[in-house]
Ligand binder design. Sequence first.
Ligand code: SF4
Length: 435
Amino acid sequence: MLTRTREDNRTGPRYFIWTIGCQMNKAESERIAGYLDSAGCRATGWFSDADLVILNTCVVRQSAENKALGTLGLLKGLKDEHPGLRIVVTGCLVDSDSKDLSRRFPQVDFAFRPGDFRELVEWGHDEAGLVGGELRLPETCSPCAYIPIMQGCDNFCSYCIVPYRRGREVSRPLEDILCEAEQLVEHGAVEVTLLGQNVDSYGHDLPEGPDLAELLTQLEGIDGIARIRFLTNHPKDINPKLIETVASASKVCEHLQLPVQAGDDDILRAMRRGYTVERYRELVRTIRRHIPHVSLSTDIIVGFPGETETQFEHTCSLLEEIEFDVVHVAAYSPRPDTAAARELEDDVPSHVKKQRLNRVESVQADIASRINSQLQGKIVEVLVEGKKKGRWFGRTRSDKLVFFADAGDWLGRLVEVQIDNASPWSLKGQVSTNS
Ligand code: SF4
């Protein structure tokens, strides 16, 4: 969860942005903050200090939706005490009928669909008395910046609410993205991560039809960018040109997020994923042939309707076979409007889902421990993102989280770290004498 805590000395209304969910939501919250800053608003550290609260919500999983609804309940109490408080909701809780949300939750003053910032600006001008605001990036940014390159998804996987809430795929023009990347570098970014629900489809809806590989190649030419990442890929759409570009472009990190979701063909078919386990295996073989030190992350859903013990075991076997660096696992929960919710019975009991989730986590902890222990004693390049409890932290090109203690100021710098301790989730080390 991202909460915006920057304090400053402006004099306009105080705002607080509460964000949950994916990197796309976090990137959009940064843009909302940029707009509010430019309209003279002041960031504050908590709900109770704010005149304006923005909730940037996620409903991809029931648990995330519950948190958003719980926060809306909390805000209702706050608004009863402070009737001047304005509450704005965005993110995937907002469906095509944003007025419906304000009807269901009368404490909400305004709701807008994810990424529809022009609506926010109009509301800010017409209803909230914000003058002079413009859509722009925040004045300073983290060394690691996110750039949404497209909105929406055309895939309609049977369990997924995203196409219903974020709509069909719409790509941003290539020039806009390059221009934003240059601005981000001016504001302090060293690494950019391109975001989209299905980045492999980037550009198919643009007149000149640029693709992701072309975008990566052009970004490579921007001075000041040291690293480029992108997510999320779809196994049915990732193509040889992109794999070759990742292999050859020096700034593009050797890390791919490639959600497999399940290791059983019947479940994959019911999920409407558009590939088989064998096709996925072949894809991983191709990627590893071209990018030998690639690190792979994946997503798994356990307890999809009808998933038997045997089918679940197929998933565990695939994890053992492929040995992903990172696995994000979630228990299935039916999402409104989706084909799975409409057509399939949610028949795997919740205690079984929990057992399967724990099993995947334990299988993966062993695998990640084996992979990460190979880095013990090695020197890795880390881009330093910040400091936590007195230790610097950052990531390797392969997206491993690294902590180290050092008196120097390393924020936003690339540093060589010698690893002396590896766990399944992170690495610890010290600045190498080469740095
Ligand atoms: S590819 Fe599937 S899971 Fe991913 S956002 Fe699109 S519909 Fe959802």
